[in-house]
Design a protein around this ligand. Structure first.
Ligand SMILES: N[C@@H](CCC(=O)N[C@@H](CS)C(=O)NCC(=O)O)C(=O)O
Length: 219
């Protein structure tokens, strides 16, 4: 399978984590935002990463891709069959995509993507405002929802919910955001335990090494 994108994207990192858990071979073809690469554009009609090409089957959107992978490679299960558990997994996947990342993206884009990858100034005011005003609302909610460090959001085993919700916290960390351990102790402990999980740890370590190498360590 070819995965188009960069693991710096929380959505690409999520797909890589799912492939890692399921031990599926893949080749990462690095592309940028709205990359003109024709093979990427054929797989991603909106020009967004991730997209895949699985032996000629092309698909975009991390959630669509994860559902496809789950159906094609059901073992180990990451999207449970139980109705309530499945509903909760989809809730967390969607929450990460539509609530956490729109806020996290304001920090990651303006502090990392714009200055480092696009070589243009980011909007620091927008990033600082999102960190001060939007992020605490999200963390307040999560503080009442996440389990103990090392435990899982839905059921007793790792699911797509854990991967989807934890992945954007790597972007927050790259953007220099520190989760306040006094105010959000559960979120801090759980997200750190998830980012250290073997399915995410490899990507996060490579990303941190990249920032170290260019002399811009944020986390
Ligand atoms: N809901 C999509 C979001 C994908 C997405 O927004 N990817 C970003 C990178 S993190 C992107 O490629 N943005 C380029 C653009 O919006 O033009 C998914 O889950 O795959």
């Amino acid at each position: 399978m070819i995965v188009y994108g960069s693991s710096m994207s929380p959505f690409v990192r999520k797909v890589i984590a799912v492939l890692t858990v399921k031990q599926i071979d893949f080749k990462l073809k690095t592309v940028g935002f709205q990359d003109p690469d024709p093979d990427f554009r054929a797989a991603s009609p909106l020009g967004k990463m991730p997209a895949i090409d699985d032996d000629g089957f092309k698909l975009a959107d991390s959630s669509a891709i994860c559902h496809y992978i789950e159906a094609a490679h059901p073992d180990p299960v990451l999207i449970p069959g139980d109705a309530k558990e499945r509903g909760r997994v989809i809730w967390w996947d969607k929450y990460a995509d539509t609530v956490l990342m729109p806020t996290g993206g304001k920090m990651f884009f303006n502090r990392v993507v714009a200055p480092i990858f696009m070589k243009k100034p980011g909007n620091d005011e927008m990033a600082d405002k999102a960190e001060a005003e939007e992020l605490p609302v999200i963390l307040d909610y999560l503080e009442g929802e996440v389990p103990d460090a090392g435990a899982f959001l839905v059921g007793d085993t790792l699911s797509l919910a854990d991967i989807s919700l934890a992945s954007p916290f790597a972007n927050l960390s790259h953007a220099g955001v520190t989760i306040d351990a006094k105010r959000f102790p559960r979120v801090k402990a759980w997200t750190e335990s998830m980012l250290a999980h073997p399915c995410l740890a490899g990507s996060v370590a490579r990303e941190r090494a990249f920032f170290e190498k260019i002399g811009a360590p944020r986390s």
